[in-house]
Design a protein around this ligand. Structure first.
Ligand code: FAD
Ligand code: SF4
Length: 527
């Protein structure tokens, strides 16, 4: 046999580099379902089912093309349940002249793949992941030419490199690079929201659902109803559905939240993009085409394209530039455990309850819920970054470390010391009230600043600034907030401190329901 081509669960694209040059007569594609990858954090059952079903469908498509696929199922006798064990068994079965892989999306797995050649005595070719619009080398070169690594200049550079939303003269369409200022509206009460496309499970998915129910029902999250796309064909339907029904109003309401409304005008496409069923460039080009055809306002098309061409590529660049050190960062010295209500949803804070419950049901929530509700609260409480990151990695169907870690540790927790953002995304309840109707259904009062009825975000916000004065007090973007704080009478400061201490003791006092924290990269697991 010539080459053994190992496909990971998020490499489900026909054009992935590990399949380039494949010789159907001599090569074998290896795909393995391993329990270790389902449990190193307790992944949401919907996420496990999505990936296993998408893998099985992809294997069937390759076979239909006449490609030989060696597919190891989770429940197959002899499955060692780890990448290392399965590649070793496959080498014995096939005796390949070489192993070909596309670089994995996680530093931990890349390190493991790098050890295979010595461990197995077979040459291992690790190819770059060419599905992204910016290679890790291009990002590194871009970063080296700059002092700060902000997303906005990166995004403009990417627009110029790709020509997306540019005039023939290379200028931004509409005369501006960014329409964010127009994209911060609160959703009016009478607005109807489209539902994302959902797909009935076929026989392959039904079998996977039984397997996941049997093995992983102890994990946080509801398995059913299951409606994710599990093939590229279905993912393309989901994309067209989004472009027709939600993209036209994506822009103005992209930061809005609404009680009982999980999607608003968001696409729900992140699991498909991250698993490889959709490619970022095709999604951006389709959104641009909708604007050029006059069916979508420029502010919506630009806002959506910025998320993928800008943020998605940028966080990947940050991840590979700073790993493995990045995962160990804790710039604000956060040292408290994750409150158990991140797993149970049992909290009187309506906004947090909704975000956790939606996550339990859907294995997805939108960006503002992740950043300004669960992320903001973990930041203000001072929860250990590693615990917060492992929660995000476990509970979302789109979570892979290359994208989850910079968003959580960097953007939400400011634990990277300011690589991702010039100031922490810390906010009081006023922000949540401005962007949503959630406070109306809450037992806390968002207008109250202190006391048992006050919205916890209000006193936690000021307490955070007080506690972090040494680290953040000279940040020019927080100067106004610190000036306001300095005008508070001593008695108010005392009440802020007392309320925050009481809330923290209640929220972070007990152990977390599910202990998920892994050792940082490069350190041995606990005994
Ligand atoms: P839309 O609002 O429709 O946006 C379109 C697409 O843009 C998304 O599908 C996604 O691919 C991309 N995108 C948008 N924002 C980001 C971003 N900040 N970083 C990377 N891509 C982005 N996204 C993940 O894909 N996986 C994660 O594990 C993840 N973890 C996050 C953790 C935190 C704390 C925060 C604040 C954000 C995280 N995000 C993550 C980014 C973002 O929240 C999700 O991409 C988005 O909510 C997915 O829903 P959607 O497809 O409806 O997005
Ligand atoms: Fe959240 Fe505070 Fe509003 Fe309640 S009052 S929903 S805790 S922001």
């Amino acid at each position: 046999m010539s080459a053994l081509r190992y496909l990971f669960a998020d490499h489900l694209s026909r054009g992935v580099s590990s399949l380039e040059g494949l010789d159907p007569a001599r090569d074998v594609v290896l795909m393995t379902e391993v329990a270790a990858e389902c449990t190193y954090v307790p992944h949401h059952p919907k996420k496990i089912a999505f990936l296993l079903s998408a893998m099985r469908h992809f294997a069937a498509e390759l076979r239909a093309e006449g490609i030989r696929v060696d597919y190891v199922r989770l429940d197959e006798p002899g499955n060692t349940q780890s990448f290392a064990g399965e590649i070793r068994r496959a080498v014995v079965r096939h005796r390949p002249a070489r192993i070909v892989v596309c670089e994995p999306g996680e530093w931990r797995v890349l390190e493991e793949v790098r050890s295979w050649e010595a461990a197995l005595g077979v040459p291992v070719e690790i190819r770059p992941d060419r599905r992204f619009l910016c290679s890790t080398e291009a990002f590194r070169a871009w970063a080296q030419a700059r002092r700060g690594l902000r997303m906005e200049p990166f995004y403009r550079w990417m627009r110029q490199r790709t020509g997306l939303l540019l005039t023939a003269d290379g200028e931004p369409e509409g005369g501006r690079w960014n329409f964010d200022a127009e994209n911060r509206e609160r959703a009016p009460a009478d607005l109807d929201f489209p539902r994302p496309a959902r797909f009935a499970p076929d026989a392959i998915t039904a079998e996977v659902l039984d397997l996941v129910r049997e093995r992983f029902s102890g994990h946080f999250g509801e398995l059913l109803p299951f409606g994710f796309a599990v093939t590229r064909t279905e993912a393309l339907v989901a994309l067209e559905h989004f472009l027709a029904h939600a993209l036209p109003r994506f822009g103005p309401y992209q930061d809005a939240m609404r009680a009982g409304e999980p999607w608003l005008f968001h696409s729900g496409l992140s699991p498909y993009l991250n698993a490889g069923l959709l490619l970022p460039e095709e999604v951006c080009r389709r959104a641009e085409a909708e604007w050029r055809a006059g069916r979508v306002p420029l502010a919506s098309a630009e806002g959506f394209i910025r998320q993928i061409l800008g943020w998605r590529e940028y966080v990947r660049g940050v991840y590979w530039l700073f790993m493995p050190d990045y995962a160990r960062r804790n710039a604000l010295g956060a040292d408290r455990p994750l409150p158990s209500f991140y797993w149970t949803g049992r909290t009187e804070m309506a906004c947090v309850r909704q975000a956790v419950e939606q996550t339990r049901q859907e294995a997805l929530s939108h960006h503002i819920q992740r950043l300004m509700i669960t992320g903001n609260l973990a930041l203000l409480l001072g929860v250990r970054p590693a615990e917060v990151c492992d929660w995000y990695l476990a509970v979302y169907a789109d979570a892979f470390e290359w994208v989850e870690l910079p968003n959580t540790l960097g953007m939400a927790l400011h634990a990277d010391g300011g690589i991702m953002g010039s100031k922490p995304y810390a906010a009081s309840g006023a922000y949540i009230d401005r962007m949503s109707d959630l406070c109306r259904g809450c037992r806390f009062d968002v207008r109250e600043k202190n006391g048992p009825r006050a919205c916890p975000f209000n006193y936690l916000y000021w307490d955070f600034l007080l506690t972090q004065r040494e680290r953040l007090g000279r940040n020019p973007r927080l100067a106004q907030a610190y000036r306001t704080l300095d005008r508070f009478p001593a008695e108010r400061i005392e009440r802020i401190r007392a309320d925050a201490a009481r809330f923290r003791a209640e929220a972070c006092g007990g152990a977390t329901e599910v202990a998920v924290t892994r050792p940082p990269p490069g350190e041995p697991p606990p005994p």
